[in-house]
Design a protein around this ligand. Structure first.
Ligand SMILES: Nc1nc2c(ncn2[C@@H]2O[C@H](COP(=O)(O)OP(=O)(O)O)[C@@H](O)[C@H]2O)c(=O)[nH]1
Ligand SMILES: [Mg+2]
Length: 378
């Protein structure tokens, strides 16, 4: 089998027939062998309609009805296991994902792209089928995901739930059964090198009710947290920021004790506080952020502390530079300090990752080699 189309369904009796008809119209006349797998958790009579469809289209329509299980993510995972096809597509049953996109999607997979994502946000696409409120919620979810997870940063539509992958992308990958956003999970954990986005027009729900709820939004945040934790590279960055935050508190407390408590002069107080905070940060980073990444060679390990100190010193200078710059432009010094902290956090994380600790080679884990393209629509 070339193509397995996986469709999770929950009370979609008005939609599944049209869906099958539109898929078969879209793919007719093309040399594509395909099957549609409905993974159904419905409590209405959707399974009755699916049974009719399966006997009417014995070569293409298959379904499984689950009485016990529920949930979009587990349905998709079950579909991945049921279908033996080389290329797997996941799409919703409510026709918000137009089947007419399938031919191009399949063509790109056949050309060798690993992950193909129909996107509402590349030239030629649109997300007309959502209410303004849902658009705002969806934008927020997407933006949070793209900020939190490095692998999503260049993907314009990681929350749409419409995508195609080569089997090897998800083979052997343990996908979490929670969460609505299975594509994000695939992008964070999957084995792939190329992603291609093609535009599509997101349509209104054809019939029936949306199952998206406030609870799913909360679930999403929980899921996002788990994805960050499960992604070593992202996790390291957030631990680094956490340690930096802790270090700032230590710095201020020591400064207050020395200056107000011991009546030391301001400059020695400040320098001692900063040095103590630096040592504090080093220890946490060595034992938490980059745990297990100490240099194996002893002399090289001895260099870790001085390198860390040089990087920190440069960060302090960079921050001061931003303060000066803002004051120059008649801006606020504290705002300059804030911008400086953001910039120097990114700088010092990258530098420490590269020079202080021996972080695993990102190239090998595929992070730097992922190429994202989109359809050239004029
Ligand atoms: N198998 C299964 N499918 C579900 C479940 N919840 C939602 N779906 C399906 O997932 C797809 C997307 O759900 P939908 O309600 O349209 O969400 P929305 O597009 O975000 O409003 C539809 O095809 C639903 O039938 C579930 O618990 N189990
Ligand atoms: Mg929908």
């Amino acid at each position: 089998m070339q193509l397995g189309i996986i469709v999770p369904t929950y009370n979609e009796r008005e939609n599944v027939r049209t869906m099958v008809e539109r898929i078969s119209a879209a793919l007719s006349g093309r040399d594509i062998q395909y099957e549609i797998w409905f993974i159904d958790d419905s409590r209405d009579d959707t399974p009755v309609v699916l049974e009719e469809l399966a006997s009417q289209y014995p070569d293409t329509v298959r379904y499984v009805h689950r009485e016990e299980a529920r949930g979009l993510a587990t349905a998709v995972v079950e579909g991945f296991h049921r279908s033996q096809a080389e290329h797997l597509v996941v799409m919703d049953a409510d026709l918000q994902h137009p089947p007419e996109v399938l031919p191009v999607l399949v063509e790109r997979l056949e050309e060798g792209i690993d992950v193909v994502i129909p996107s509402r946000f590349v030239p030629g696409g649109s997300d007309g089928g959502l209410s303004t409120l849902r658009k705002v919620v969806s934008w927020t979810a997407r933006t949070l995901g793209r900020i939190a997870l490095k692998r999503l940063r260049h993907i314009s539509d990681c929350t749409g739930g419409f995508f195609g992958v080569r089997r090897k992308v998800v083979e052997g990958v343990e996908l979490s059964p929670i969460g609505w956003k299975i594509l994000m999970e695939v992008l964070v954990k999957g084995h792939y090198e190329t992603v291609h986005e093609i535009p599509y027009q997101f349509e209104d729900r054809s019939a029936g009710q949306s199952k998206m709820s406030l609870r799913e939004q909360w679930n999403y945040l929980h899921h996002l947290g788990r994805m960050v934790w499960g992604s070593p590279d992202d996790r390291r960055f957030y631990l680094f920021c956490f340690v930096g935050g802790l270090g700032t508190i230590v710095n201020l407390v020591v400064m207050a004790i020395l200056y107000h408590g011991f009546h030391l002069k301001e400059i020695p107080s400040s320098v001692i506080a900063s040095l103590i905070a630096m040592g504090h940060n080093y220890l946490w980073n060595d034992n938490l952020t980059w745990r297990g990444h100490a240099h194996p060679v002893k002399w090289r390990r001895m260099l870790q502390i001085p390198i860390f100190m040089i990087i920190s010193a440069i960060s302090i200078l960079v921050t001061a530079l931003f303060v000066k710059l803002l004051v120059w432009w008649h801006g606020d010094a504290v705002l300059g300090q804030f911008i400086g902290i953001v910039v120097s956090t990114v700088w010092s994380y990258t530098a420490n990752n590269k020079w202080t600790w021996k972080a695993p080679d990102e190239r090998r884990s595929g992070l730097t080699t992922i190429r994202v393209t989109h359809e050239d629509v004029r």
